[in-house]
Design a protein around this ligand. Structure first.
Ligand code: TSJ
Length: 641
């Protein structure tokens, strides 16, 4: 009986563990917003990717089901179902123990890191149900949980078998719990983008994505045999590239290093870092290693072939990366993460390993490809030239404009000076800007109206960006300068406002404006987003005024539908706001300005990253897909309340 007792004790602690997950879901998956919801899928898929890395799985299928659940399956060995020493099938431990793994898991490169890899048990705890089918040893084994608790009886300690199986594999179907998540409904574009990324990072893997949600019926196959070379090629797909992508590859100190890069005729750099298949949005030591060595090697070449003369100073790292798109992907046995969102790789040996591999491989390549070398160095030359003229121009611009931002009558500043108490609202359109100026609390709220479409910074060169009146005014108003490739003059400690709120209409144009502003911040003032200063106001679409009872703002069509269900038609009048300009000062105060009653959403770095890549899509020359995207995005924004 001793065994039975220890099992009971173990199962109590299991329940306590899962209860802790349900109490503080954010601790385990980052947030309970749509981002957290999508995270559940990645958490499950990463297990199948691990099986691929172990060499036993080549296909993964992800289905967004019409009923709001998600099915993930693979053709791996199948999760072990035999009796584990604790008296339950091994499979039960995977889904009920926090930070499972261990025992039958000796994979060197698990996809664990940062918020990732917290385990399938977290997904289980946060799902209404989770259904498991494992094909293994000739049978299909079945298991099922409800809010983390197993609901099937074991037969002699084993899972029920529900049929014969020809092959092997694992299939999971789960429904996220609406008691936990603010939003139900996965974001297909985000899931697709992440699965595509996974396919690039695992060139032998095929991932099939199927969307059955709301009349959609879409099936996409992601298979990228070129690996990160294909990734770079696709990142550069709408640009004028100057050569084929170059792959640098090697391994040292037990760390595998792969880097691919390509130059395009663009004034920007885009260097992405991955560790064990996970994107590091805050970069880290692998990127430092890459950049340092890249700069050193290229400066040496520049002197060797006479592009830099003795009297010249070296190119800066940013000069040398002008026009580059690069992906650096490493496999590390013991990754450590740091930073605001725990996504910056922190291992010093990663910097050394990347430096060593990139240094050796780069010289091997450029010694044999002088034409490409000259092409790349001419990008650096162009950048250096512009940097030098800009250094002068910028000083002029910033000193001249420093105290003049109010003189064109645009910024209505607030009275307080203490940045921690101040807010600035960037409002689209002069009429909405006017109402906002009337409605605000002028002691701590500043209003900056902007007109029309601001410049698309993703495509513009730096001098165009700086020449744009709206952007100039904004940079001056924020007070911290801006940063980009050519030197970093951004100083967040000088920020004049604690909150920067983008206030745009809840329509397609509004979504477009927000996307462009986010891109601008992401490119030139990313710290604003990293440190959580940027918000998007969520204005309502309707105001319902019943004959009896309180008035109510309705923020989307769903809310209206619900309202109609509870209120007879004729018992209320409905005001529809086509834009912010249609609200009077009182309404604007209540819905978007007053901290007590307003609704707004803090921008997360992932939103900005998406906006930035979306901008590419928006600005492409094909008009129809652009329309389609904005609408999709606008719909998303409305659901995101
Ligand atoms: F498919 C999936 F994504 F839904 C999914 C796949 C979800 C989860 C939670 C796990 C898996 C999964 C696990 N696929 N393949 C495996 N493999 C194992 O767990 C496994 C199989 C055999 C052995 C062994 O040593 O024989 C070891 C392991 C870890």
């Amino acid at each position: 009986m001793a065994k039975k007792e220890s099992y009971d004790a173990a199962s109590i602690s299991v329940l306590e563990g899962l209860e802790a997950v349900r109490k503080r879901p954010g601790m385990y998956i980052g947030s309970v917003s749509r981002k957290g919801l999508n995270h559940l899928i990645y958490e499950i898929v990463d297990n199948a990717v691990d099986e691929h890395l172990a060499g036993f799985c080549s296909h993964i299928r992800v289905v967004l089901e019409a009923d709001g659940s998600c099915t993930v399956s693979d053709d791996g060995r199948g999760i072990p179902v035999d009796m584990h020493e604790k008296g339950v099938p091994a499979e039960r431990l995977v889904f009920t123990t926090l930070h499972a793994g261990g025992k039958f898991d000796n994979d060197a490169y698990k996809t664990s890191g940062g918020l990732h890899g917290v385990g399938s048990s977290v997904v289980n705890a946060l799902s209404v149900y989770l259904d498991v089918r494992i094909s293994r040893g000739g049978y299909v084994h079945h298991d099922r949980y409800e809010r983390g608790v197993p609901v099937l009886e074991l037969e002699n300690g084993l899972l029920p078998r529900i049929g014969k199986a020809a092959g092997t594999g694992t299939c999971i179907n789960f429904l996220p719990d609406p008691e936990i998540f603010e939003k139900t409904g996965f974001s297909a574009p985000e899931v697709k983008s992440r699965l595509h990324e996974t396919a690039y990072l695992n060139p032998q893997l095929t991932i099939c994505f199927v969307d059955h949600v709301q009349g959609h019926s879409e099936e996409i196959i992601y298979h990228e045999p070129e690996g990160i070379v294909g990734f770079v090629r696709d990142l550069d797909q709408n640009t004028e590239v100057l050569h084929e992508p170059i792959l640098l590859k090697g391994s040292t100190e037990g760390i595998e290093v792969e880097a691919a890069f390509q130059y395009a005729n663009e004034f920007r750099e885009n260097v992405l870092g991955f560790c064990n298949n996970i994107y590091n949005s805050e970069g880290g030591t692998h990127l430092t290693g890459f950049k340092t060595t890249f700069t050193a090697v290229m400066n040496t070449y520049a002197r060797e072939i006479g592009i830099l003369k003795d009297k010249d100073t070296n190119f800066t790292g940013a000069d040398i990366r002008n026009g580059i798109t690069a992906v650096v992907s490493i496999k590390h046995p013991d990754p450590r993460f740091e930073g605001q969102t725990k996504t910056r790789l922190d291992n010093q040996d990663a910097a050394r390993a990347v430096s060593k591999v990139v240094g050796e491989q780069l010289v091997l390549y450029f010694d044999r490809n002088l034409e490409t070398l000259k092409t790349v160095l001419s990008c650096a030359e162009k950048a250096a030239k512009i940097r030098k003229s800009q250094e002068k121009a910028k000083t002029n611009l910033l000193t001249k404009q420093k105290y003049s931002f109010d003189s064109n009558g645009k910024l209505a500043n607030c009275e307080k000076k203490d940045p921690s108490q101040c807010e600035i609202f960037i409002v689209e359109g002069d009429s909405a800007g006017g109402s906002a100026k009337t409605a605000r609390d002028r002691s701590y709220q500043a209003i900056l109206p902007i007109r029309g479409k601001i410049l698309n910074v993703e495509k513009a060169t730096i001098d165009k960006v700086l020449a744009n009146a709206e952007i100039k005014t904004m940079i001056n108003a924020f007070g911290c300068g801006f940063s980009e490739g050519y030197g970093n003059d951004f100083d967040i400690s000088k920020l004049r406002y604690d909150k920067i709120v983008i206030m745009a209409d809840a329509d397609v144009d509004g979504a477009h404006i927000s996307t462009l502003l986010l891109t601008l911040f992401y490119r030139f003032m990313p710290e604003l987003i990293y440190e959580g200063h940027v918000y998007i106001a969520m204005p309502p679409l309707y105001k319902a005024m019943p004959k009896k009872g309180p008035e109510e703002y309705l923020y989307d069509d769903k809310a209206l539908e619900k309202y109609r269900k509870h209120h007879k038609s004729g018992s209320f009048t409905l005001q529809r706001f086509k834009g912010l300009g249609e609200m009077d000062a009182q309404q604007l105060w209540e819905t978007t300005l007053n901290p007590e009653t307003r609704r707004m959403k803090r921008v997360e770095i992932e939103d900005a990253r998406m906006a930035s890549s979306v901008t590419e899509t928006l600005m492409g020359s094909d008009v129809p897909p652009r329309k389609a995207f904005i609408y999709e995005h606008a719909a998303d924004a409305q659901l995101d309340i």
